[in-house]
Design a protein around this ligand. Structure first.
Ligand SMILES: [Mn+2]
Length: 376
């Protein structure tokens, strides 16, 4: 693709602010890595058959195209077998296939698979965000953590060890859950590397702050245990979207006692989602060395996320959540997890689709604000 014909003085006068930004931004994006990918695909996938007009098409599908072909890593990123090398990438995607912490619908052990599968539908470029991930950063898919389905505590230890390894490597960890019990071990894996405090931005319909549920540390409990870690104070935990009939009273009591910041859907919508996101940033980043983003897909209205453990009506619209992610994603993040995506209960992959979207938008905003790439 050539941009030499673009005339920057003649943008369509009816463009709105966002469209104008987007169209202008695209003109500035290089195609260097795309050209490189195509050349590599031809080399390792063999030149296509003589009858093909497009001589950039290989015989074997390699890289992005076609979207329905190939092996489903996240965004078709290279699968990194040797996890000791993850520090060579800006972003490391890792699955935490665990649903032993679920208290109603299970199935999030298939969350990483579901997210990876539908991520094949995504290109690397976002129009509104004006970012092409392929041109800006390197992503590796490390595959999944070896969880132990019959033992939640051993699984936690495995997850903490994996996240700790990735975080220490310098790559940005992107964790594909898994139920929300993984929030405790992921945060524990990051916090051990910090001298200062770790803040948490938590999107959810549920408080997840009780000590035990059904006698164990289930997906209703991660923030009780996370905020017991000395450098993860509850004053830096902001919980966005809480409400409905599934916020257990023991958890609410803990939130009140520890003074976590709870923002309901109506509070956010009434103050405006931009202002809500800014308020959340203020809480999480207050005197914190780093901030972890924990995104539960059920913060969206149940209509948009059938494939989840505890769907709850009255949640956010996708565009409200994505606007907040745009604001929050512009701040430097220690990592992100997307949890509670349960493909066996999903319809037409729509829950996995929003999970993928939240990750891609967060990464693009990290790029746009200069927090990625980490390796220059
Ligand atoms: Mn939830």
């Amino acid at each position: 693709m050539s941009h030499s014909h673009d005339n920057h003085d003649h943008y369509q006068p009816r463009y709105g602010k966002e469209a104008k930004f987007a169209v202008e931004a695209e003109a500035k994006l290089p195609t260097t890595m795309w050209e490189k990918e195509k050349a590599w695909a031809l080399e390792v996938g063999l030149q296509g058959a003589d009858s093909l007009r497009d001589k950039s098409i290989p015989t074997f599908s390699r890289g992005e195209l076609p979207h329905f072909a190939g092996i489903n890593t996240f965004l078709k990123a290279p699968y990194l077998e040797d996890v000791r090398e993850c520090g060579r990438y800006d972003v490391a995607v890792l699955g935490a296939p665990l649903d032993s912490g679920t208290t109603y619908r299970p199935g999030t052990r298939f969350g990483p698979q579901g997210i990876r599968r539908i991520s094949a539908l995504y290109g690397s470029y976002s129009f509104e965000l004006g970012v092409d991930l392929r041109e800006s950063i390197t992503i590796a898919d490390l595959g999944d953590i070896f969880t132990i389905p019959a033992n939640i505590e051993k699984s936690f230890d495995q997850i903490s060890k994996a996240v700790s390894h990735v975080y220490a490597s310098g790559a940005l960890p992107v964790v594909l859950g898994g139920d929300h019990s993984i929030g405790y071990p992921t945060v524990r894996g990051v916090a051990e590397h910090l001298d200062g405090n770790l803040g948490i931005i938590h999107f959810d319909r549920h408080v997840d702050t009780q000590e035990y549920d059904l006698d164990e540390r289930m997906h209703t409990t991660p923030w009780f245990h996370a905020t017991d870690i000395p450098n993860v104070p509850p004053k830096n935990l902001v919980q966005i979207g809480i409400g409905g009939w599934q916020a257990p009273r023991p958890g609410v009591a803990v939130g009140r006692e520890r003074q976590t910041t709870i923002m309901t859907v109506n509070d956010c919508v009434e103050m405006g989602v931009v202002e809500a996101a800014e308020a959340a940033i203020e809480v999480a980043f207050d005197d914190a060395e780093a901030v972890w983003l924990s995104f539960d897909v059920d913060c969206l209205d149940a209509a948009f996320v059938p494939g989840t453990g505890w769907p709850e009506p009255g949640g956010f619209l996708p565009r409200e959540v994505l606007k907040m992610i745009q604001i929050i994603g512009s701040k430097k993040l220690a990592g992100i997890e997307v949890v509670e995506c349960s493909p066996p209960y999903d319809n037409a992959d729509i829950t996995s689709l929003i999970a993928t979207r939240v990750i891609c938008d967060t990464l693009a905003c990290q790029v746009r604000s200069g927090h990625l790439p980490r390796l220059k």
